[in-house]
Design a protein around this ligand. Structure first.
Ligand code: SF4
Length: 241
C-alpha cells in the first residue's frame, strides 16, 4: 500500500515537473529573436492588419504551442497564419485551417468545442498537443531552411518533455520532413493518410495541411480529413490493447 502511495506521489511530481518545463519553453518561445526576418514580417502584418481585423490588436510575436501536457497525440502544423495565430496568439486560432482542425478534433472527441476563435474562447484539448514547424508567421507561408532549423530546437525539446506521445500527425510536406529530420529517421515518401511505424512506441500519420489552398481546391476534402482522425482513434485503441 505504501509503495502505491510513493508511486502516485512520484508520478505527480514528474507530471508537475513536465508542466513547468513546458511552461518555461512557452515563455522562451514567446521571447525568441532567432529569426529577424520572421519577427519583422509578423510585426509589419500586425501594424498594417487586414480590413476585417482593423480594430484588433495583433499578437505579432512567436506563437507558443498548446494543448494537453499528457497528450498521446502530437499535431505538427507549418506556421501561425499571418491573420490567424499571428493575430490571436494561439496556433490554429482565428483562421480557416483552425476551423477545420478544431471541428475535426471536436467530432473525434479531442476538443470540448468545435470552434477556435480567440485565446479566451474556452477551448480545451484532450489527449492532443498542437505545435508547428516554425512559431512565427512566414511571408507566403514559406519559412527558410535556416528558420526551420532554428525553430526545430523547440520541437525537439517538446518531444523530450511530452513523454506520453504515441501518435504524431504531421500536416503537410514540410512538417512531415521536419519531424523526420529532427528524429533522424530514414527518408520516406510522403503520402496522405499513410501511417509509418517509427519505433515500437510511435506511429507517424501523414496528412495534407488543411490550408485554404488544399481545402478550396478539393485536394483535401472533409471526408479525407475526418478519416485521418478516425485512423488516429483506431490507432489509440489498438495500441492500448
Ligand atoms: S520561428 Fe521559431 S526560432 Fe524563429 S524567431 Fe520564431 S520562435 Fe524563434
Amino acid at each position: 500500500m505504501l509503495n502505491v502511495f510513493w508511486i502516485v506521489i512520484t508520478l505527480n511530481i514528474l507530471g508537475l515537473r513536465d508542466n513547468i518545463l513546458l511552461s518555461n519553453l512557452k515563455k522562451q518561445i514567446i521571447d525568441c529573436t532567432l529569426c529577424p526576418r520572421l519577427l519583422q514580417y509578423s510585426t509589419n502584418i500586425g501594424r498594417i492588419k487586414t480590413k476585417r481585423f482593423a480594430n484588433e490588436q495583433y499578437w505579432s510575436r512567436p506563437v507558443p504551442s498548446f494543448g494537453d501536457p499528457r497528450a498521446e497525440v502530437l499535431i505538427i502544423g507549418l506556421a501561425p497564419a499571418a491573420h490567424g495565430g499571428n493575430r490571436t496568439g494561439r496556433m490554429f486560432t482565428g483562421d480557416s485551417s483552425g476551423d477545420w482542425l478544431i471541428k475535426a478534433l471536436y467530432e473525434s472527441k479531442f476538443a470540448n468545442i468545435q470552434t477556435s476563435d480567440h485565446k479566451d474562447d474556452g477551448l480545451v484539448l484532450s489527449n492532443v498537443y498542437i505545435t508547428s514547424v516554425v512559431r512565427c508567421a512566414p511571408p507566403n507561408n514559406l519559412p527558410l531552411g535556416s528558420e526551420i532549423e532554428n525553430c526545430s530546437e523547440y520541437l525537439l525539446k517538446e518531444l523530450q518533455v511530452l513523454k506520453a506521445i504515441r501518435i504524431v500527425l504531421t500536416l503537410g510536406l514540410v512538417a512531415f520532413h521536419t519531424y523526420r529530420r529532427v528524429c533522424h529517421l530514414e527518408p520516406v515518401t510522403f503520402s496522405h493518410g499513410k501511417t509509418y511505424s517509427i519505433d515500437k512506441n510511435i506511429t507517424l500519420v501523414a496528412s495534407y495541411h488543411p490550408s485554404k489552398q488544399n481545402t478550396n481546391t478539393g485536394r483535401l476534402t472533409w471526408k479525407m480529413w475526418t478519416s485521418i482522425f478516425r485512423t488516429i482513434r483506431l490507432l489509440l485503441i489498438s495500441e492500448s490493447d
